[in-house]
Design a protein around this ligand. Structure first.
Ligand code: R5P
Length: 285
């Protein structure tokens, strides 16, 4: 087996290669004068692991080019962050099911696929090949343990993230709850943990994705008003669009970290171990 990756998943790919003890193959992406992408890969063998978070349209095209360059091998696609996966249904007539469109396209030339903490696992059904979701809740929990917080309270920002937050909290046997929005009046809402009082607690809000950071920033302000001793945030996919990282820090969140499924300077947590384990466990697929 050899590993190739897109430009925005190079670090994670190298970590997965080290964990699996398999070689990384060089890929060189350049552009034709008209802006189209050109790829040249080093030598591949009969099995290829393509590590590629489709964080933007260019990375999506790079992934398609990698899959095609490896057309003589048995290909496994690892798309730790699957772009377009949040448009997973037709909300109004005339829309595409974008998650289905990308899953179908990425299945051609692939034998099996893996994603990491996908927002809705239902998207996996759109792949034309066996597809699995890997959770890195244990890795996020490991990171929180290293912060040495006193009796931390792990909070999911909404009901949808309860399972993930429970997995994170299980690492240290910490308290876990989710935030609930209560409408107090026409223009007033209260966001607070459903059952556990945040007063005096070191709170860690965990989520699969931070995009605009809107929900988290509002929640952080309210938790501060409720007397939380400190507020931290950890997510899997740190998209941080529209100045989200700054917004969260400005809202008084003491630390904001994400994983290397979406490589950026806040990627202090790695999905490599979970990915390598999933690949190994699925070796006799
Ligand atoms: C939503 O259900 C997701 O789990 C995230 O909470 C959401 O996508 C985060 O988006 P934003 O950072 O833009 O509030």
């Amino acid at each position: 087996m050899r590993i190739i990756s897109t430009e925005r998943s190079q670090v994670l790919a190298a970590r997965v290669a080290a964990k699996l003890g398999v070689p990384l193959v060089e890929t060189k992406f350049t552009r034709f004068p008209d802006g189209e992408m050109y790829l040249r890969c080093g030598e591949l063998d009969d099995e290829t692991l393509i590590v590629s978070s489709t964080v933007d349209n260019d990375m999506f095209v790079q992934t398609l080019l990698l899959i095609d360059a490896a057309d003589r091998s048995k290909n496994t696609l690892v798309a730790p962050y699957l772009g377009y996966s949040r448009q997973d249904r037709r909300f109004v007539p005339g829309e595409p099911i974008s998650a289905r469109a990308v899953a179908r396209a990425l299945s051609a030339g692939t034998e099996r696929a893996f994603v990491v903490n996908i927002h809705d696992p239902g998207v996996l059904q759109h792949f034309g090949v066996p597809a699995k979701n890997i959770t890195i809740a244990p890795a996020i929990g490991g990171y929180i343990g290293d912060l040495h917080l006193k009796n931390p309270l792990i909070l999911a920002p909404d009901e949808g993230a309860i399972e993930f937050a429970t997995g994170v909290a299980a690492v240290g046997g910490w308290d876990c709850d989710h935030l609930e929005k209560t409408r107090l009046s026409g223009d007033e809402v209260r966001i607070a943990p459903k059952t556990i009082d945040a007063a005096g607690r070191e709170v860690v809000i965990v989520d699969d994705i931070i995009s605009t950071g809107g929900t988290l920033a509002t929640a952080a302000c309210m938790l501060r008003e409720q007397g939380a001793a400190s507020i931290h945030a950890a997510c899997v996919h740190g998209v941080f669009t529209s100045g989200a990282y700054t917004r969260l820090r400005a809202a008084g969140i003491a630390s904001v970290v994400s994983s290397d499924t979406y490589e950026n300077a806040s990627s202090f947590i790695s999905a490599a171990n979970a990915i390598a384990t999933a690949i190994r466990d699925d070796a006799h697929h």
